[in-house]
Ligand binder design. Structure first.
Ligand SMILES: NC(=O)c1ccc[n+]([C@@H]2O[C@H](COP(=O)([O-])OP(=O)(O)OC[C@H]3O[C@@H](n4cnc5c(N)ncnc54)[C@H](OP(=O)(O)O)[C@@H]3O)[C@@H](O)[C@H]2O)c1
Length: 239
């Protein structure tokens, strides 16, 4: 079987890491609806895609737990001579703090190391003199700290990468972050957790993934924003 990633493509695409579910998948599907070519990465192909492939979305397996895993993705994209319109770093790990360093290591690898390596490689993937964006999905807690120290710290590291890469890649590539607080509950969040989470923001709603897509589109469409963090938190900072 031919590897679809070994042939060069013409139309630039949007690459979303960790895009197989929830916010990443919603953005991928909305971008397809709006006429973009889209690729997503995931660690595991979903069994349901065998009977119902994702329309218009190419799926690439990639695991960012190690440098070798990130490099394998970079090599595949180089071999394909990929041309990018945008790179959205959406992949994220959530682990409770521990005392052995494993959680910190894993979240560092996904939230900071993988974007750091991919952004350096991405310089050669964007099309000269065409709109080009890198978007980092961070978190409300990145700028405020949180009970989950390693998670907040590694998301804060990603916010820092936004600033450094925005300076380094200007004027060709805009680099921004989106810092959400509650967007979408997990299925197993119980009623008490949901009520407590909703009460943290002034607007008090679970907005759903479309607000993330609206933020992504704002950053893609606006030519004068780089090195910024778009807060998406329903007024959580007001409480
Ligand atoms: N949902 C919210 O309310 C909320 C709030 C604040 C911030 N955010 C941020 O918004 C983004 C999307 O949120 P979400 O809730 O849709 O995320 P999610 O459901 O947790 O999905 C994140 C994806 O990251 C991928 N991933 C995890 N570890 C990985 C690794 N080692 N290598 C490669 N990929 C890995 C997973 O891919 P596989 O499933 O294929 O393993 C997963 O699908 C995340 O960056 C998150 O931190 C979300």
């Amino acid at each position: 079987m031919t590897d679809p990633l070994t042939t060069a493509d013409s139309a630039p695409c949007v690459l979303i890491t960790g895009g197989a579910q929830r916010l990443g998948l919603h953005c991928a599907q909305r971008l397809v609806e709006d006429g973009y070519r889209v690729m997503i990465t995931c660690r595991h192909l979903r069994p349901q895609w065998l009977s119902a492939p994702l329309p218009g979305i190419e799926v690439i397996e990639a695991d960012f737990s190690t440098v070798a895993g990130v490099q394998a993705l970079i090599d595949r994209l180089d071999a394909r001579q990929i041309r990018l319109r945008a790179l959205i770093h959406n992949a994220s790990a959530w682990m409770a703090d521990d005392t052995c360093g494993e959680a910190f290591q894993q979240m560092f690898a996904v939230h900071m190391q993988a974007p750091y390596l991919l952004n350096q490689a991405a310089r050669r993937w964007f099309v000269p003199d065409q709109p080009a964006d890198i978007i980092h999905m961070t978190d409300y807690v990145a700028q405020r700290g949180a009970r989950h120290i390693a998670y907040a710290a590694t998301k804060a590291g990603l916010e820092s990468l936004t600033l450094s890469f925005a300076a380094a890649l200007a004027p060709q590539i805009k680099v921004n972050s989106i810092a959400p607080s509650l967007i979408l509950f997990n299925e197993d969040d119980d009623a008490a957790y949901r009520a407590k989470a909703l009460a943290k923001s002034a607007l008090g709603i679970e907005p759903g993934p479309e607000v993330v897509y609206q933020a992504v589109r704002y950053l893609l469409d606006n030519p004068y924003v780089t090195g910024s963090c778009l807060e998406l938190n329903g007024g959580r900072n007001l409480r």
